[in-house]
Every structure is written in C-alpha cells, then in structure tokens.
Design a protein around this ligand. Structure first.
Ligand SMILES: Nc1ncnc2c1ncn2[C@@H]1O[C@H](COP(=O)(O)OP(=O)(O)OP(=O)(O)O)[C@@H](O)[C@H]1O
Ligand SMILES: [Mg+2]
Length: 321
C-alpha cells in the first residue's frame, strides 16, 4: 500500500532522511519508532505530500507521491487520513461539523442522506453519539482524538497516518484510542501507519515496526523481535542498561517466545546439576502474546554445558558482558 524506496530528504544542509526504504502492506498496522528528531514526522509528511523529497520514490496504492502533478497529489491526499498529537480541531465547530469538515473542503454536499449517514455512523464508531453537538472545549483529550479519528475517516481513506496520536494522552486513554485504531483496521480494512516515540503504542497494535535513527532505518521486524532481542541502538533507545550485571560468573540472557515458555531454567539446573541466580527478567505483552527474557548468572565452569542445553531446547540466548 505504501512503498518507500531509498527516500532522501534534506532541509538545506540538514539531511533528515538518508535513504529510507519501507514497504507497508495493505491492511497492515505499521509503526515507525524513534527518538525526537529522528525524522519520523518528516517521513510522514513526505508520504502524504505535505513535504517534497529530493530523491528516491514514494508510492501510495501504486501512485507516485510527487509535487510535480498537484492535481494528482490532491487526489492522492484524499485517500490518506491523518491525525496528530494536538488533534487540530476547529474550536468554533461542534463534533458533527468537525467530522463533516473534509467533505465541505472537497465540495461534497453534506446535506445528502448518504453524507449525513456517513457522518453519524463515524461518530457512532468512535463512541461520541452523546457529544455530537459539543464543542472541542467541552471534550477531554481522548474524546478530541476520537473526533479527529472520525474526521480522518470521513472521506473513506485507504490509509490512516497517525503522528504521535496518543502522546498527549494518559496511559488508560492511550489504550482506548489504540483499541479504536485496531478496530478501525479490522472492521474497515484501513492500512494504518503510526509514528511514535512510545514503545507501548508499537507493542499494542503494530504488526511490524521500523526503528528510525538519524534518518535511517536501523531495524525492522515484528515488535517482539525488535524489542525482546534488541540491537545496540534499540537498547539505547529503550534505555535498558546492563551495568548492574554481576561482575563474576557468566551472565546469560534467554529469550522466550510463547513456544518456549516451559520451565527450561529449573529443568536445566536439575539436569546439569548446577546452580544459578536470577539477575533480572521481564515479560512483555505484544498484541496479547506474552514474550519474555531472563538473565541468569552461572559459574564459568558450566557455561558451555548451559549454552549447549539451551541450543538443544531451542531457546535463543546471548552472553552479556
Ligand atoms: N520545516 C523544517 N525546516 C527545517 N528543519 C526541519 C523542518 N522540519 C523538521 N526539521 C528538522 O528535521 C529533523 C527531524 O524532524 P522531525 O520533526 O521529522 O523529527 P521527529 O522524529 O518527528 O521528532 P519528534 O519525535 O520530536 O516529533 C529535526 O532536526 C528538525 O529540526
Ligand atoms: Mg514528530
């Protein structure tokens, strides 16, 4: 649905995107995560044509995103809904009129039965029927974002682009908004691209994710693959410090997926007749699947037997220094 090939973008001397290639499938929920200044918003703005890019290629549903053909670009922008951290609602309009706004902008008659039904059904979808005639000032942050989501869907886009859509919301409301996005993806089949610096967002709804740093994609994959067994840069992003590791013995980190959650460690200790101490562990929930990792400390003398045992059991592991 969205294909980026070697996209480069600079603002004068500042190179912001340095050859980004990403392929997002139809119906996918895809995440782009990275630190502030990594180029995430710029990437999103290049995709929906709000920014130009110097080289490479971006296509959405097979159509080239290019500033050269403004008419084609405008048609393409119609197929992409967008939501932001600060909601961008018009304060003087109520919920209904905010949702209807893109139709007015495109010269679509909002008084037809079809248009009225569309607007009402979206307000129902986002759960704001009882707030239909409230102004933004009378709504909570979560409710404002629901309005923005309904508005982004009113032209029946193929793609929904979300730029830090939950960054201004508290964790409980964030989960509600993410569930709503997931529901929209499943029920309406809309491809969703979320750009965020929040790990929680990616964990809860993304099927795949790219980690962007200094304008480059350094890692891509399923969230669980990226975050349970992170590369150095992702680890730094997650601020997982391994400085508290015991200085003696060998520290072995094991990675558990739902397939290998058997009590491997205790069985191994019994079978190898060895002792171990637990250094740290974590369990994380990725789209309702639990993945975990555990770091144990063992005596240097059993190192090879432990790693051979883990290999035999199909548990992936890494020795930490
Ligand atoms: N219009 C602009 N003109 C000049 N520089 C810009 C412009 N927009 C963004 N930049 C610069 O591009 C870099 C990437 O910015 P961008 O907003 O894409 O980052 P981001 O990953 O979205 O960060 P954040 O998480 O803070 O939103 C930054 O160094 C920023 O200062
Ligand atoms: Mg940004």
């Amino acid at each position: 649905m969205i294909v980026l090939k070697n996209v480069c973008k600079n603002f004068d001397d500042l190179e912001v995107l340095k050859g980004v290639s990403i392929e997002i499938q139809d119906h996918e929920v895809y995440g782009i995560i990275g630190q502030s200044g990594a180029g995430k918003s710029t990437l999103l703005r290049c995709i929906n044509g709000l920014e130009s890019y110097q080289s490479g290629e971006i296509t959405v549903d097979g159509v080239l995103v290019s500033q050269k053909d403004k008419k084609q670009l405008r048609q393409l922008q119609k197929t992409m809904g967008m939501i932001f951290q600060n909601f961008n609602l018009l304060e003087r309009l109520d919920v209904y009129d905010n949702v209807a706004l893109p139709m007015k902008f495109w010269g679509i008659n909002t008084k037809t039965e079809e248009a009225v039904n569309k607007i009402n059904s979206l307000i129902r979808l986002v759960g704001l029927e009882d707030k239909k005639h409230s102004k933004p000032a009378e709504l909570s942050g979560g409710q404002k974002q629901r309005v923005a989501i309904a508005r982004a869907l009113v032209l029946e886009p193929k793609v929904l682009l979300c730029d830090e859509a939950t960054s201004a919301l508290d964790p409980a409301i964030t989960r509600e908004i993410l569930s709503l996005l997931q529901q929209i993806n499943e029920e309406l089949g809309i491809t969703i691209l979320v750009v965020t610096h929040q790990m929680e967002v990616v964990k809860q709804i993304c099927q795949r994710v790219s980690f962007l740093k200094d304008g480059r994609v350094l890692a891509e994959g399923k969230p669980e693959d990226l975050f349970i067994h992170p590369i150095k840069e992702v680890k730094a992003f997650l601020q997982e410090e391994s400085t508290l590791l015991p200085a003696t013995g060998v520290n072995i980190q094991m990675f558990f997926t739902d397939k290998s959650s058997d009590p491997v460690v205790t069985m191994m200790a019994r079978e190898l007749d060895m002792n171990f101490s637990i250094v740290w562990g974590k369990l994380e929930d990725f789209r309702s699947n639990v993945f975990g990792s555990l770091v144990i400390n063992v005596d240097e003398s059993v190192r090879d037997r432990v790693t051979a045992y883990l290999d035999k059991e199909g548990v992936s592991w890494e020795v930490l220094n």
